[in-house]
Design a protein around this ligand. Structure first.
Ligand code: FAD
Ligand code: NAI
Length: 476
């Protein structure tokens, strides 16, 4: 007899494991099928985010930033530290132990919430309104389970360049790029998106000469133009070589390195010789082998499971969340969709606001935004007013030495409602939440301007930016 569950989640990344936990909290008999295998062939929970995404990248970003800071960031404080040495093995081991702690933490949460972890790869075998039969395959062995509700949370994988095999030794996607055993002398990166900038920064700080090749003519087109322009200047000063408007013609792997033949923005043929190459050109959804055709699950031409605004698929009682569906490929978006779906299954009426999902790029300084960019407002014909304030004259920023960047607030010209907030600063990731909260509560720039902000804090810059909308900043 196969096991029967109320809810079966396929995939245990941030979308899937959170959905499983919330479903279990709501009293459902819940299972989660997870097919992730690490190089040691052990099944692991946590998905991309915990194993080869958010968590290991942030660990390396923090370690590499400390290394750079100790070398170059302490002199202005009157501290001289000589002989800083890099032990990359130890740095990588620290990262691995954080990943291990986090993935084991989910195992603990599964046990605590009595969630059954079904080890293996899940696929629909049959089903409809009355329930579904899912097949779980692990090392050639198959078992079947029954589910009243199914939540698909199978995530995404790195997109590769056509005809350029990724061996994760010389040509790497995120998996290999997080695991270098030595610092490459010369590192090439294709794609100046989030991964390219974050991992490019890690290896630059540790000593690599990094060249990032970007196809689009504009740098960071998704960000507000003023932020992108300022960030490009700061990154150039740090020594991160970014070329936009390029076209990759050929990638050749040699015994000792990789050669990228490309055409630059002036139409000239160029060659980039590097020891290693990171390909970070976006991600594609994991729907292969899921049995979509067997049960008639609608998947679009790019492989995304089709869902409505509440993550319902075309099949009764089947939902899909996270990277495998439309919307930003972000862990917090996946998590919130997980909660949303579990609560819908429980008969609640939850709501998720897709307009207030923050984006954060963990470079130094960090880039964070929520809502619309000024160029987006222009394109939509929305009349707006903007206010901007720099960190360079903020007492707290001066105290810590983290003075680069600014806050920009965009408000509807007619109603003063905040429609976007954009921050470039070392602590932009935390500061942006004020913008998220304001927008969620449909707040106005004037609300931010009239709220008491602690002193001395970086958040005072957010308030000053709100005051700047009416040219009444107090400290400039
Ligand atoms: P995933 O995390 O991809 O998990 C899907 C899981 O499903 C996997 O474990 C997979 O093994 C499993 N699976 C797939 N198919 C099957 C199947 N048929 N049967 C069983 N199991 C299956 N986002 C942020 O918000 N902040 C960050 O700082 C951040 N940093 C990132 C850094 C990098 C280098 C990368 C690559 C991504 C980063 N992301 C970040 C994005 C984030 O990792 C994803 O948005 C998030 O992991 C999506 O969660 P998910 O649950 O939808 O899918
Ligand atoms: P991305 O979509 O952020 O950036 C890809 C970049 O590659 C784009 O600028 C694109 O124009 C460029 N590109 C595409 N094809 C190209 C080509 N042939 N040649 C040169 N350039 C090309 O994708 P990335 O960096 O791979 O990250 C994937 C996703 O993972 C992100 O979009 C994000 O959703 C998530 N992520 C989130 C992080 C965070 O929240 N801090 C960190 C890392 C990843």
């Amino acid at each position: 007899m196969s096991q029967a569950f109320d809810v079966v989640v396929i995939g245990a990344g941030p979308g899937g494991y959170i959905a499983a936990i919330r479903a279990a909290q709501l009293g459902f008999k819940t299972a989660c099928i997870e097919g992730w295998k690490n190089p040691k062939q052990q099944l692991k929970l946590g998905g991309t985010c915990l194993n080869v995404g958010c968590i290991p990248s942030k660990a390396l970003l923090a370690s590499s930033e400390s290394y750079e800071h100790v070398q170059h960031g302490l002199e202005e404080h009157g501290i001289t530290v000589g002989g800083a040495k890099l032990d990359l093995g130890k740095m990588q081991a620290r990262k691995d132990s954080i990943v291990d702690k986090m993935t084991k933490g989910i195992e603990f949460l599964f046990k605590k919430n009595k969630i059954t972890w079904l080890h293996g790869f899940g696929a629909f075998a049959s089903g409809g309104e009355g329930g579904y039969t899912l097949e779980v395959t692990n090392d050639g062995k198959k078992e079947t389970v029954q589910a009243k509700y199914v939540i698909i949370a199978t995530g995404s994988k790195a997109r590769h360049l056509p005809n350029v095999p990724v061996d994760n030794v010389q040509v790497c996607d995120n998996e290999g790029a997080l695991a270098f055993g030595t610092v490459p002398k010369k590192l090439g990166v294709i794609g100046a998106g989030v991964i390219g900038l974050e991992l490019g920064s890690v290896w630059r700080r540790l000593g690599a000469e990094v060249t990032v090749l970007e196809a689009l003519p504009a740098f960071l087109g998704a960000a507000d133009e003023s932020i992108a322009k300022e960030a490009a200047k700061v990154f150039a000063k740090q020594g991160l070589g970014i070329q936009t408007g390029i076209k990759v013609d050929k990638v050749t792997t040699r015994k000792t390195g990789v050669v990228v033949d490309y055409t630059n923005d002036k139409g000239l043929a160029q060659k980039l010789e590097c020891d290693k190459l990171i390909v970070s050109i976006g991600r594609i959804p994991n729907t292969d082998g899921l049995g979509a055709v067997t049960v008639g699950l609608k998947v679009d031409a790019r492989g995304f499971v089709e869902v409505d605004g509440h993550c319902r698929t075309n099949l009764p009682n089947v939902f899909a969340i996270g990277d495998v569906v439309r919307g930003p490929m972000l862990a917090h978006k996946a998590e919130d969709e997980g909660v949303l779906v579990a609560e819908i299954i429980a008969g609640q009426k939850p709501h998720m606001d897709y307009d207030t999902i923050p984006w954060i790029i963990y470079t130094s300084p960090e880039i964070a935004w929520v809502g619309k960019t000024e160029q987006q407002c222009k394109a939509e014909g929305l009349a707006v007013r903007t206010g901007q304030f720099p960190f360079s004259i903020n007492g707290r920023a001066l105290g810590t030495g983290q003075t680069a960047g600014f806050v920009k607030i965009i408000a509807d010209a007619a109603t003063d409602r905040v429609v976007g907030m954009h921050i470039l600063h070392a602590h932009a990731s935390d500061l942006i939440q004020e913008g998220v909260t304001t927008m969620e509560f449909k707040g106005a720039a004037e609300d931010i301007a009239r709220i008491v902000h602690g002193h001395p804090t970086l958040s005072e810059v957010v308030r000053e930016a709100a005051l700047a909308l009416d040219k009444r900043s107090l400290n400039s």
